[in-house]
Design a protein around this ligand. Structure first.
Ligand SMILES: Nc1ncnc2c1ncn2[C@@H]1O[C@H](COP(=O)(O)OP(=O)(O)OP(=O)(O)O)[C@@H](O)[C@H]1O
Length: 538
């Protein structure tokens, strides 16, 4: 990296340390100023423009995190690097959530400090460049369509970090935590809804670490039947149980010197949790049916889509194991909170699936792009992938138009009910309406979606009428009930409806749960878990 002659503020109350940091950084030709209190730091940041601030979180006059938040507010373009005491990675991670660019754990070397500052500067300059040139494909664009849907822009140009696509602020925060956490041996505990990329994050942590050349072994604790789980992790000796006809190594052994990724960790049964805890504490384990102790060096990364503390409270997850594993928390944001990333990811998969399936898709029409940006994506990236695969397989390009978008995405915005039967103000754009079987009238500004939904003839709204409805249950459901006599006894519990849908999907996939799961946009373990809960209901 080039010597940048940047303006740097050091906020450190120990004078001797501040001098050392200044000496380290002067080598790169920066202009450096120093203050010893939080108050002075905020004042200086308010009056001057600094590229980077190096902030010790332990200050005499203010809580370091308050200083950080205020510094971020008064000077959002200053990249803030926080310094924390050795062993307080958690504090550092929290600080990054509050807007810090990176952190340094004491003690650190001159090289580490210089590199971290240069990296922050590079980020700051890239950010400034992107602000000055809206339209560059890094997610900082004010105009999502230009960034993602403009001519010639394809998914490969989208901002990538390992296998992640996306450059939203939330995801940049995730990449920084991965960068910082990866080199250490500390356990990373990843949370987030299904399909948000938890496994991708675990892999990135591995690939970014010194263990990258050793194996990355994922193990889905929710997808493996309980009684086989212990052998999956620790292996077994011949004859340990019926069917154990040969000795077998488990995931712990295979992950030696690498990373063991325990996905859906909260699904692990309590007895096995005790054995896992012992393994984490001692680095040793016994194969099922074995008598000798084996020792391996593994780094643990685990993930869950549940709230782990809630599981602890409910007695389903051991508290001591939780604290042992929960060293560096990493929360994967849902897709709906990632701004323009959704379009970048959509475009990436459109190009990929299109070439895999021999189609000519190049782009999304503006209304599809708009729908994708507004939709809530409950199944996150996996659902987005499935929708795009569906579109690509069943249609051809070059443009993805509204009529190609399958449900439930295409129905988005149609659910809801007429508020007290009132008719609201007419919309500023043309609408169409349709009379439904049960007497409701639908007013829509999207003729295609309305036609699809109702299968009825459309008409222009009478003058003076306004935007009514949005009471659109799918036509099928309406026809079945035909308006009359819809008593609450006809309503089935949600779990039964869900059970029917899942069983139907499994049937259509010839009994394959993984394929059914993919088609439904959930993980196989979700289905296994649900099947188990239906059995418990009886
Ligand atoms: N930012 C992203 N860009 C591109 N693809 C992504 C991104 N995040 C996730 N994916 C893809 O989405 C799919 C789901 O990701 P992944 O399996 O890591 O999610 P998960 O949170 O572990 O899901 P689950 O909780 O269901 O196990 C994978 O195919 C992954 O490659």
């Amino acid at each position: 990296m080039a010597a940048p002659n940047a303006r740097i503020l050091i906020v450190e109350d120990t004078l001797s340390l501040a001098r050392v940091y200044q000496d380290y950084l002067r080598v790169d030709g920066h202009r450096i100023e120093h203050v010893g209190t939080g108050r002075d730091a905020i004042n200086l940041l308010r009056q001057n423009s600094f590229d980077v601030a190096i902030l010790d979180l332990l200050l005499p006059d203010m809580d370091g995190r308050d200083v950080l938040r205020m510094a971020h507010d008064v000077s959002p373009h200053t990249q803030i690097i926080v310094i924390t005491a050795h062993g307080s990675v958690n504090v550092a991670v929290e600080a990054m959530r509050d807007g810090a660019y990176d952190f340094l754990l004491k003690p650190f070397t001159a090289e580490k400090l210089r590199f971290t500052v240069l990296d922050a500067l590079k980020n700051q300059r890239d950010g400034a460049k992107n602000r000055a040139e809206p339209g560059v494909n890094d997610g900082g664009d004010e105009n999502p369509r230009r960034a993602v849907f403009g001519d010639g822009i394809n998914g490969e140009e989208a901002r990538k970090y390992f296998d992640f696509i996306g450059a939203s602020d939330t995801m940049r925060g995730i990449y920084r935590i991965i960068d910082s956490a990866a080199p250490s041996r500390a356990t990373v505990f990843i949370t987030g809804e299904s399909g948000t990329g938890k496994e991708l994050a675990a892999e990135a942590i591995h690939r970014r670490s010194e263990r990258a050349n050793a194996p990355f072994i994922p193990l889905n604790c929710g997808a493996i039947p309980k009684d086989l789980m212990e052998s999956e992790i620790f292996g077994h000796v011949k004859g340990a149980f019926t069917g154990a006809v040969v000795d077998r190594e488990g995931a712990a052994h295979r992950a030696a010197n690498g990373t063991l990724f325990l996905d859906e960790i909260c699904e692990m049964d309590l007895e096995l949790q005790t054995k896992l805890l012992r393994f984490i504490q001692t680095g040793t384990f016994q194969k099922v049916g074995g008598s000798s102790l084996e020792t391996v060096d593994v780094r643990f990364v685990c993930a869950t889509n549940r709230d782990p503390l809630e599981e602890v409270r409910a007695g389903r997850f051991r508290e001591d194991l939780y604290y042992r594993l929960h060293v560096i928390p990493l929360h994967m944001p849902p897709l709906r909170d990632r701004g323009h990333d959704v379009l970048q990811i959509a475009n990436f998969y459109l190009q990929r699936f299109s070439s895999e399936e021999g189609r000519d898709f190049k782009r999304f029409s503006p209304d599809v792009a708009d729908l994708f940006s507004r939709y809530s994506w409950p199944g996150n990236i996996r659902q987005l992938q499935n929708i795009i695969r569906n579109i690509v397989v069943l249609n051809n390009g070059p443009e993805v138009v509204m009529s190609m978008v399958p449900r439930p995405v295409s129905n988005f915005g149609l659910e809801g009910s007429l508020v007290n039967g009132s008719i609201e103000a007419p919309p500023p754009h043309p609408v169409v309406s349709v009379d439904m079987a049960d007497g409701d009238r639908l007013w829509m500004d999207d003729p295609e979606a309305l036609a699809f939904l109702s299968g009825k003839q459309m008409q222009q709204p009478p003058s003076g009428a306004g935007l009514g409805i949005f009471a659109a249950r799918p036509a099928r459901a309406r026809d079945k009930n035909n308006g009359a006599g819809r008593g609450i006894e006809a309503i089935r519990p949600l779990w039964m409806v869900e059970k029917d849908a899942i069983e139907d999907a499994i049937d259509r996939c010839d009994g394959s749960i993984p394929r059914a799961a993919e088609a439904l946009g959930v993980s196989p373990s979700t289905i296994y878990r649900k099947k188990q809960s239906w059995e418990e209901i009886g």
